[in-house]
Design a protein around this ligand. Structure first.
Ligand code: HEC
Ligand code: HEC
Length: 322
């Protein structure tokens, strides 16, 4: 008690902190749960609007928005359902590094693609929707936001650091995924958030606010042309990231879970036969045909993958030894 005159100041500081915390919590609640469905929509292509578009996508582009022209997606997931922390969180499917990778050749479309083209691939596939016009405020805002988190990560050196706490990378077991085991694991380790039926949990009674826990399959989930529908891509994500906050699965568990999730019904994308104009570049775990190899579709969907890898390796280097 040598400084009794500081006590009221401490009390005031504590009160300010408390008030601040209450304001932040209620603002976050209001923005996540959306007090009124007619909340104002920013029309300027700011980075802040871009972050909102990734974090609360159905709020702006979903099938429930008031303006029919803005209903760009049929699903109700957010970009942030897969790109955690609105893409800014380091780790699998983190977006800050993306900027440096474009423009580049994308075998799936057989053309050079820009960052904007790649965003639209996720719009058409992961969001089960349609492309955003390149000059729309929404596309400009999303691209500006992704570029800004890229610049931030580059400036801080964060993009070169190893991610702390992420498990070792997924290695595919040399067998087919065991769907019965996957179902059992899902009930044990995932159903508490995503539901036994994989349908997820809406954030509120009004579906415009999207999901608190996103669906793993069903009408609001990603379509069968999405990267997450590839069993190895999904297993890589699941092992690195799920169960959320406690990523402790083995390769075998992540593989069986991914197989089971991707064996369940989901929206279908049109014209998938036109993907990968050069079929030699088609990943072996693409969940849809046609392929130029003799393996059945079910093997592409669920493995085992090593024989298919060996087939394409031999095709690429017919003369090479080893
Ligand atoms: C169902 C999960 C899912 C959702 C939802 C999703 N994405 Fe993706 N996204 C992926 C996967 C998988 C990839 C491929 C990553 C790779 O190729 O390594 C990807 C790739 C990307 C890339 C390229 C990353 C890179 O480094 O090459 C961008 C940019 C991107 N997504 C943006 C978005 C945006 C914007 C949205 C929302 C409109 C969105 N995504 C929604 C799963 C998703
Ligand atoms: C504690 C709750 C929780 C648990 C348990 C959990 N998840 Fe998730 N999962 C989430 C949330 C939340 C997201 C979306 C990320 C976000 O909003 O930050 C997500 C996203 C996903 C996604 C990508 C989006 C989608 O819907 O397809 C997949 C796939 C997934 N989880 C699979 C699993 C699997 C498999 C398990 C069990 C091993 C699991 N999750 C356990 C909360 C959970």
């Amino acid at each position: 008690m040598n400084t009794p005159n500081l006590r009221p100041l401490g009390l005031i500081a504590a009160l300010c902190l408390l008030l601040g915390a209450i304001t932040i919590v209620s603002t976050v609640r209001a923005s996540r749960l959306g007090g009124s469905p007619a909340h104002p929509i920013p029309t300027i292509a700011t980075e802040d609007y871009g972050r909102k578009l990734l974090a609360e996508t159905p709020e702006y582009l979903g099938p429930d928005v008031a303006d029919p022209k803005m209903r760009y997606m049929n699903g109700r997931m957010s970009c942030g359902s897969c790109h955690l922390g609105a893409g800014a969180e380091p780790g699998t499917l983190s977006l800050p590094d993306s900027v440096t990778k474009y423009p580049r050749f994308q075998p799936r479309v057989g053309a050079i693609t820009t960052l904007e083209d790649r965003i639209n691939e996720c719009m058409s596939r992961s969001m089960n929707g349609r492309p955003l016009p390149k000059s729309s405020p929404e596309m400009l805002a999303i691209a500006a936001y992704i570029r800004s988190i890229g610049a931030e990560a580059a400036a801080s050196g964060a993009s070169r650091k190893k991610v702390v706490g992420e498990p070792a990378g997924f290695k595919a077991p040399a067998r087919a995924a065991d769907l019965t085991h996957g179902k059992k694991l899902l009930e044990e380790k995932c159903a508490s958030c995503h539901g036994k039926d994989g349908a997820g949990l809406l954030a509120s009674a009004n579906p415009i606010h999207g999901y608190a826990f996103p669906p793993l399959w069903g009408p609001d989930s990603f379509n069968n042309g999405a990267g997450m529908h590839r069993v190895l891509t999904a297993a890589r994500f699941i092992k690195a990231r799920m169960p959320l906050g406690n990523a402790t699965l083995t390769d075998d568990e992540a593989f069986d879970l991914s197989g089971y999730i991707n064996s369940q019904p989901r929206p279908e994308m049109a014209n998938l036969d036109q993907d990968y104009p050069d079929k030699k570049t088609k990943p072996v775990d693409s969940g849809y045909g046609p392929f130029i190899d003799p393996f059945p579709l079910s093997q592409h969907q669920f493995g085992p993958f090593p024989p298919m890898d060996a087939y394409y390796k031999a095709l690429a280097k017919p003369a090479a030894k080893k």
